[in-house]
Design a protein around this ligand. Structure first.
Ligand SMILES: CC(C)(COP(=O)(O)OP(=O)(O)OC[C@H]1O[C@@H](n2cnc3c(N)ncnc32)[C@H](O)[C@@H]1OP(=O)(O)O)[C@@H](O)C(=O)NCCC(=O)NCCS
Length: 318
């Protein structure tokens, strides 16, 4: 038996790996992200969610969570997604993470999954995760987005020219027929027009301002009108009591590519900083949005605490 196989064998015998039902899963809540915790309360076959836990003397020390779905438009192909993989720090580097992933792959295969996917954000465990994925023959990780984090204190204290100065400059140059308005004052007719555009224009669909509207943050969700037409928006959500997520930022390319949208973003940031309600902000930029990626590194970086990359990997199970 090779060293690696011995480690896995040893891990599998010393620790108890269990496919969780919702009663046992209650003890595992802390081992996944808050937004996935509700899934542990509904581990039924209909929910298409699988959780595998690992225990040492009845103490949960690791958890892997996945879901799967069937796509009728692709010959009923079933895709699985690993939602989270976590091992308590003091038990790491003993093969537990690898064993959890291998067992989850087996469970997903049993349920007919043809392909599985895992998305992750760079963190201190990325090297370990990549090591596991490489050994388990997953694809080469592909960068999908930048995820940026800032605090209002950092925005205020930055030694770089303040965003508001930039904003002042932009505002003085903005033609009179552009107006910024609070998104909550969007009229029913304007909404209807945008809804129609979502159906016919893939760009508007991609930056759909109406997703998860129950989370809309009225403080700094803004729209931009050119004459009497809505031509852009920055949509924010309150994603935690102290954190505003900048979810969508869009201005029709024909009304000016980037600077109008920057104007909206700068205004929204200014409103958040001034209101002093939420001290953190976060936003995500897809890597294929090249002008925005460039803007993040060139202009926004001084105000940001952190820029992390989001990655995607997959594995064919057939
Ligand atoms: C990623 C994680 C699950 C790994 O769990 P684990 O039980 O330590 O994993 P394993 O012991 O099976 O494998 C870890 C591998 O990484 C290697 N490793 C650990 N630290 C490393 C580092 N800094 N650089 C390179 N390799 C490293 C280990 O040597 C081991 O490889 P080996 O089997 O070839 O020796 C764990 O670190 C974790 O819970 N991290 C936080 C959550 C997270 O980021 N999850 C992934 C995204 S959802």
């Amino acid at each position: 038996m090779s060293n690696a196989n011995f480690l896995l064998f040893n891990t599998a015998t010393k620790y108890q790996f269990i496919t969780l039902n919702q009663t046992i899963a209650r003890n595992y809540q802390k081992l996944t992200y808050p937004h996935f915790q509700p899934l542990l309360n509904n581990l039924t076959a209909e929910a298409s969610v699988i959780a595998i836990g690992v225990e040492l003397e009845a103490e949960p020390i690791g958890l892997i969570l996945a879901r799967y779905s069937q796509f009728p438009e692709e010959d009923n192909k079933i895709y699985g997604q690993i939602l989270s993989l976590f091992v308590v720090p003091s038990y790491r580097c003993q093969g537990i993470g690898t064993e959890l992933l291998i067992r989850m792959e087996g469970e997903l295969k049993k349920r007919g999954c043809a392909e599985i996917e895992l998305r992750y954000l760079d963190n201190s465990s990325t090297s370990a995760l990549k090591q596991i994925l490489t050994k388990q023959n997953w694809s080469i990780p592909e960068a999908t987005a930048l995820v940026c984090y800032a605090t209002t204190a950092n925005v205020e204290n930055s030694k770089q020219p303040h965003l508001t100065q930039y904003l002042d400059r932009l505002l003085t140059h903005i033609p009179n027929d552009y107006t910024i308005f609070p998104w909550r004052t969007l009229t029913a007719t304007e909404r209807e027009i945008i809804e129609q555009q979502i159906q016919s224009d893939h760009l508007v669909a991609r930056f759909n301002p109406f997703l998860e509207e129950n989370k809309l943050e009225p403080l700094n969700s803004l729209g931009l009108r050119y004459q009497d037409r809505v031509v852009g928006w920055v949509i924010t959500h309150r994603i935690a009591p102290d954190t505003i997520g900048y979810i969508q930022m869009f201005v029709y390319p024909d009304t000016q590519p980037l600077s109008r949208s920057i104007l909206l973003l700068a205004k929204a940031i200014q409103l958040q900083v001034e209101a002093k309600q939420a001290t953190k902000g976060t936003f995500r930029v897809d890597v294929d949005n090249k002008p925005m990626v460039k803007f993040v590194y060139r202009r926004l970086a001084p105000y940001l605490d952190e820029i992390r990359k989001a990655w995607q990997v997959s594995k064919c199970l057939r």
